[in-house]
Design a protein around this ligand. Structure first.
Ligand code: C2E
Ligand code: MG
Ligand code: MG
Ligand code: MG
Length: 279
């Protein structure tokens, strides 16, 4: 009896594993064609001056309109894009599309806005990154300081010497660098000091329970102090409640992002749906 059950469990496990592997392979295959089929889209989330605006820029967030699976968020496919190397052509598409949109918004009067683009670790270590940044900026006639590249703390610290070389070249061009998900990696202060970044983005994990967790508040304060010392702008991400908004502002964060201030939306909705300035 138990043997039969064991066999069933085994078969079930094996089938579901195969199904899972098959599904991933199918997704990678589909992803390969996603750029040509124009299935990738960018949504934009506002970044605002604390506590409540004005908007100073947007972060481009990738979505995939899959032909049968619907609109997929990055956690469903970015890791596959990384694993398969497809993140390189996809990342180039993202960079170009975000710069195109930044151009449109600048022409519409939002002159001082920055556009933030996420760069994953394979893109970051790829020699093509710098030329494709240069090409995208030139094609859309954008000043380099209109572009912010977001690199997670983990990526930035993985290979510190290489990171520094790439980041130095980018900042020499005038592009801004934001260290994303800050606090989740393991920055040594010495390395952080030598990285030519312009911004630290406090990870959502420290914002979530901020009102109830005095340790989180202490960590946010410490990051703010660190940012002041190193001359970095501090952004908090994942702001969902008024209490978080108030507290983060009081703790000294200069800029906020989160559902409270604006969800990621298609470009058409962004331009019309947020408090505007300078138009
Ligand atoms: P991230 O760069 O840290 O982006 C913030 C994520 O938090 C986004 O998820 C955003 O929709 C979500 N978010 C914003 N405000 C709130 C909030 O108030 N509450 C909560 N719960 N979530 C909030 P999304 O769009 O699913 O992206 C997830 C991650 O995927 C990004 O994290 C980024 O690491 C990566 N990603 C997104 N777009 C791209 C891209 O174009 N290229 C690369 N390489 N990675 C990307
Ligand atoms: Mg980001
Ligand atoms: Mg983040
Ligand atoms: Mg994140």
């Amino acid at each position: 009896h138990s043997k039969a059950l064991g066999r069933n469990c085994y078969c079930f496990f094996e089938d579901s594993m195969n199904a899972n592997v098959r599904e991933q392979l199918e997704l990678i295959q589909d992803l390969r064609e996603s750029v040509d089929r124009q299935e990738l889209v960018l949504h934009y989330q506002p970044k605002v001056v604390a506590p409540a605006g004005p908007v100073i820029g947007a972060e481009a967030l990738l979505r995939w309109q899959h032909p049968t699976r619907g609109l997929l968020l990055p956690d469903k496919f970015i890791h596959l894009a990384e694993k398969s190397g497809l993140i390189v052509p996809i990342g180039e598409w993202v960079l170009n599309e975000a710069c195109r949109q930044a151009r449109v918004w600048r022409d519409a009067g939002w002159r001082d806005w920055t556009m933030a683009v996420n760069v994953s670790s394979l893109q970051f270590s790829n020699a093509g990154l710098i030329p494709s940044v240069r090409t995208a900026l030139a094609r859309h006639e954008l000043p380099p300081d209109a572009l912010v590249l977001e690199i997670t703390e983990m990526t930035a610290m993985r290979n510190v010497d290489d990171s520094r070389t790439v980041l130095e070249e980018l900042t020499a061009m005038g592009v801004r660098i934001s260290i994303d998900d800050f606090g989740t990696g393991y920055s040594s202060l010495l390395h952080l000091k030598r990285l030519p970044a312009t911004e630290l983005k406090i990870d959502r994990g420290f914002v979530r329970d901020l009102e109830h967790d005095s340790e989180d508040a202490a960590i946010v304060s410490a990051i703010v102090a660190l940012g002041r010392t190193l001359n970095l702008t501090i952004v908090a991400e994942g702001v969902e409640t008024n209490a978080q908004q108030t507290l983060l502002t009081r703790l000294g964060c200069s800029f906020l992002q989160g559902f409270l201030l604006g969800h990621p939306v298609p470009a058409e909705d962004f331009a019309h749906g947020t408090p505007t300035q300078g138009a």
